[in-house]
Write a protein that binds this ligand. Structure first.
Ligand code: SF4
Ligand code: SF4
Ligand code: SF4
Ligand code: FES
Length: 953
């Protein structure tokens, strides 16, 4: 277990190359120019008392506890706000300072309840520590400070309490909310002794703008803002450094533990992706890991209408192997396959794809990345030569212009959004390309320079129009193109985008974006300094997803915005390990490291190492597996931690495919929607039990360390090994680090990666090509991975999905901050307080035409299906476009999405569905049938559990 004691240096580090040397308490200290005296002292091991300063925030200078004396200067300046300068002689401890500090502490304590022994922060309170540090022995002003101690506690937030009686008005919370999170939810009301912190206009936390990121709770030096889990469980005893299991930002956390119970999750200051920040999901929504719904024993059943039967692991493995082999004997080697999970570790994913290739004997492996970022892989490898984002997150601090397209970072990638907002507040310009007015368009102290509110499905047209302006107005970075790119390909592309049909004026009607807005945005992107592109599923989940990715890469190359800090093309990846699942060889045509299965030398290397003959033909993609299942040629499937019945498009089709399988094996934490069709269920492990690695959207390989032993008694990777072995291909590892060693051996971009190195360095961004290599924060710095950057002609081809009189609106989908994916985890936490149901956002004009009011139940119908949900009138949506999330299975938003998909990768077109909305007071047929099946399943499962428990007793 890792114990991590982080020193608080009081003020942030400075990076100036100029160093200054001074003397503090007789010690010579050298620091970068601009460093505060407080930090200089702390770096030299000299502790200065402080209350309002903390090294994650700019100094404020309000508490007057950190006073120092400087030779030759009058007075006692605050060390947190005084910069070190060369030759200074500073004293931090003198009798005069001690007296002044005691005086300050006396004032604080006189206005503070003295319930230290029963306070939740006892032992973790800076006020208490400082009283000790300054030697406070008596308080002359009495303990009846009247201003704060009588105020009522605010317990409205599900995860933390606000007890104003304990507030010392140090403003750390207010600054954390502004500087770190960028939400500006807190203010200091009143003045002097009567001043107090309050959320919004003296509202409760839950009614305020607060997004529950917890930065203020972490910054608070007293018990004023305290996690409810700490109040309930007491102070943690030890901590384990690990990685959030939600989104692709990949924040590092200290799991602070009491025995095997998590007391709180604290974002890690040295975490490369998050540098001490987090969002509500990572910090607070971990309760699902110990939720009572978790299935703890393997289960099997002959038919999906039978009740589940709890069995031993060995029996479940033997049963699965026998049925898979029987299917292969009857229908052929290619009749089975599997899906890896982007929520699992690299090691767990690697063994599943290896099981499929080596033990199943085919390449029928795919991953949920198919339904999100497969176009990223294709588009970036065609243009740049590698399937990943080009920058580290930190790089955004150097951007002057940021283009956000098809992404909603404040909801989807909140910690990255906080970094971005910080940069925008410091003056960078923002261009948003999105049909919906996302929060970034206008927020506290930020405003997009341009919001190109395009019609869903017209990304390529908008990007071509931007390129048209750049090429025809002479804004191309010629030296970059000539030196770094394939010039013939550039010429072809430039001639194509320069055609009049790609002019903003020609495309305005189709895209819905005025030509002058496109022209202004293009000029800004091309000439505004470092320009960076960040994008999400609003780019990839389209019939032209791959084309859009290539169009963005073209823009970056044409303007020389690639290969250094502050620029680049960056996917904001959805799931925590979607990058890793792609890297690990989860696609049917590629081994780990994106090498084609038909490449004889690569395949030969794997065959030799694995001791198995491997197929040289690409296997089936997820949609092909479903089609083959319906056709009767695909009969068995292993699904690792993915709820495909809920998350894949066109639910009816998926259900029909799953129903026709003869053996479906599901490994998950919960009996999810897919498990309804399963014959074998293996319990999975939560991130708190896993030992391995996740790779985030920056290609950063982070360690996931077990904070508690596996609650189900087995590691998740054990199942794939045991199943492969039972099928006749012996596979086993004595530790997950051995799996990583094998990954490193077979994957050039991972060659220098090992658990030992990750433990030593904290994290590593691939490519990391040998033992001495420490990783690659910025890609394509001295040349593209493929050699010359390749411009691709990106013809705009409208999607087949069209609006008609029957279906006159376009539905697009997205996610919300508090929920995650299909909600299997977040719905099992107090996060439901924020998003108890999926809502349909509709422009007030469209609503009025249909006689709809806010909160009405509506039927959302497409050519594929219909579902019922509640309407929310919102001018975020342009007329003609509606929006919903898909976090709740009861909504089944994917019942309405279509079979359209990206031409290159089959990534489904979730973002464009023609629909009609009508008022409805009834659930849809689909929901009625689902409820009936659900009731039946629950009855059968409950009966099985009861039988199992009774038998065990
Ligand atoms: S939890 Fe986050 S958003 Fe809410 S008040 Fe605190 S810092 Fe601000
Ligand atoms: S709530 Fe905590 S951080 Fe905020 S002003 Fe009060 S004591 Fe300081
Ligand atoms: S931003 Fe993503 S990785 Fe970070 S805490 Fe939130 S959900 Fe977890
Ligand atoms: S820590 Fe310097 S004034 Fe508060």
């Amino acid at each position: 277990m890792t114990h991590s004691h982080e020193t608080d240096f009081g003020t942030p580090a400075r990076t100036s190359a100029t160093l200054v040397t001074l003397e503090i308490d007789g010690r010579s200290v050298t620091v970068p120019e601009g460093t505060s005296l407080m930090r200089a002292a702390m770096e030299a091991g000299i502790t200065v008392p402080k209350l309002c300063a903390t090294d994650s925030l700019e100094p404020f200078g309000s508490c007057r506890l950190c006073l120092v004396e400087i030779e030759g200067r009058r007075g006692t300046p605050a060390s947190c706000t005084t910069p070190a300068s060369a030759g200074m002689k500073v004293s931090t401890q003198t009798p005069r300072l001690a007296k002044l500090r005691r005086g300050v502490m006396e004032l604080y304590i006189s206005d503070h309840p003295l319930d230290c022994l029963t306070c939740a922060a006892n032992g973790d309170c800076e006020l208490q520590d400082m009283a000790g540090a300054v030697g406070l022995r008596n308080v002359r002003y009495g303990f009846d400070g009247e201003s704060h101690t009588a105020k009522a506690k605010d317990e409205s937030n599900p995860y933390f309490t606000f007890d104003p009686a304990k507030c010392i008005v140090c403003s750390r919370c207010v600054r954390a909310c502004q500087e770190t999170q960028g939400t500006f939810a807190l203010t200091i009301d009143g003045r002097g002794f009567a001043s107090a912190v309050s959320p919004g206009a003296a509202e409760a936390f839950m009614d305020s703008e607060c997004v529950s990121c917890g930065a203020c709770v972490q910054a608070c030096p007293t018990a004023t803002l305290t996690e409810k889990s700490v109040i309930e469980l007491g102070q943690p005893e030890h901590s384990v450094l690990t990685t959030c299991a939600y989104c692709g930002v990949g924040c590092s956390f200290k799991a602070e533990m009491k025995g095997t119970t998590v007391v709180r999750m604290t974002p890690h200051k040295d975490g490369g992706a998050n540098e001490g920040h987090s969002c509500v999901k990572g910090r607070f929504a971990w309760g699902y890991a110990t939720h009572k719904d978790r299935v703890m024993t393997p289960m099997i059943r002959e038919r999906i209408t039978d009740p589940w039967r709890a069995v031993s692991w060995e029996e479940a493995v033997a049963y699965s192997a026998a049925r898979l082999k029987a299917v292969q004997a009857k229908y052929g080697r290619g009749s089975i396959g599997g899906i890896t999970s982007s929520r699992c570790t690299n090691e767990e994913i690697y063994v599943v794809q290896k099981m499929i290739r080596a033990a199943f004997g085919n390449n029928n492996v795919d991953t949920c990345a198919r339904v999100c970022h497969s176009p990223t892989g294709y588009g970036l490898s065609q243009t740049f030569g590698t399937s990943a984002g080009t920058q580290d997150f930190k790089s955004v601090a150097q951007a002057d212009v940021v283009l956000v397209i098809g992404a909603n970072p404040t909801d989807g990638h909140p910690v990255f959004a906080s970094r971005l907002k910080k940069r925008l507040r410091a003056g960078a310009k923002l261009i948003v390309v999105d049909p919906r007015r996302i929060d970034l368009v206008r927020g506290p102290h930020i405003e997009a320079a341009h919001h190109l509110q395009l019609q869903p499905g017209t990304n390529v047209a908008v990007l071509n129009a931007l390129a048209h302006v750049i090429v025809t107005e002479g804004l191309v970075d010629r030296p970059f193109v000539e030196e770094r790119c394939d010039v013939a390909a550039f010429d072809r592309w430039a001639a194509f985008v320069a055609e009049p049909r790609n002019a903003p004026e020609a495309l305005a009607e189709r895209t819905g974006v005025p030509a002058d807005a496109i022209r202004a945005a293009a000029r800004l992107y091309a000439t505004g300094g470092n320009a960076a592109i960040y994008y999400g599923l609003g780019v990839t989940e389209h019939s032209q997803g791959s084309t859009t990715v290539m169009a963005m890469a073209n823009l970056a190359m044409a303007t020389g915005n690639i290969g250094r800090d502050g620029v680049g093309v960056n996917p904001l990846r959805g799931q925590n390990n979607v990058q890793g699942s792609c890297d690990m060889g989860s696609f049917p045509h590629e081994f780990s490291g994106y090498r084609h299965v038909s490449d004889d030398s690569v395949r030969g290397m794997f065959e030799e190492l694995w001791g198995a003959a491997l197929d040289n033909e690409p296997g089936l993609r997820i949609p092909n597996m479903f089609n083959a299942a319906i056709d009767g040629s695909f009969k068995g499937m292993f699904v690792q931690g993915e709820d495909i019945a809920q998350s894949d498009p066109n639910t009816k089709h998926v259900s029909a495919a799953l129903e026709s399988l003869e053996i479906l094996i599901v490994q998950d934490l919960f009996l999810n929607e897919t498990a309804a069709f399963a014959h074998v269920f293996f319990p999975g492990t939560s991130f708190l039990e896993k030992d391995g690695t996740f790779t985030n959207a920056e290609r950063r390989i982070n360690r996931v360390r077990p904070a508690m032993p596996s609650r189900v008694g087995k590691d998740e990777w054990w199942v794939a090994c045991a199943l492969a072995t039972a099928m006749g291909y012996p596979m086993g590892y004595d530790h997950p680090s051995r799996i990583m060693d094998e990954i490193a051996r077979v994957t050039p971009t991972f060659r220098g990666v090992s658990f030992e190195k990750l433990d030593r360095l904290g994290s590593v961004q691939w490519p990391c090509t040998d033992e001495a290599h420490t990783g690659t924060p910025i890609m394509h710095a001295n040349g593209f991975v493929r050699g010359k950057g390749r411009f691709m002609v990106t013809e705009y081809i409208p999607t087949d999905e069209r609006t008609t009189l029957m279906y006159p609106l376009i539905l697009t989908t997205g996610r919300i901050l508090s929920q995650y994916n299909v909600g299997a985890q977040t719905r099992r936490t107090a996060n439901v307080a924020w998003h108890p149901e999926d809502l349909l956002e509709i422009n007030p004009h469209d609503a009025e035409q249909r006689g709809l009011k806010d909160g009405d139940l509506v039927s959302l119908a497409s050519r594929t299906g219909a579902t019922t949900l509640r309407a929310q009138l919102s001018d975020r949506m342009p007329p003609g476009v509606v929006y919903t999330t898909f976090h709740h299975p009861v909504t089944g938003a994917n019942v309405v999405t279509t079979d359209n998909s990206d031409w290159a990768t089959n990534c489904p077109e979730y973002k464009v569905t023609a629909v009609q909305i009508t008022r409805s007071n009834l659930p849809s047929d689909w929901q009625v049938e689902r409820d009936r099946q659900e009731g039946e399943r629950k009855r059968v499962t409950a009966a099985a559990f009861t039988a199992t428990v009774t038998a065990a007793e």
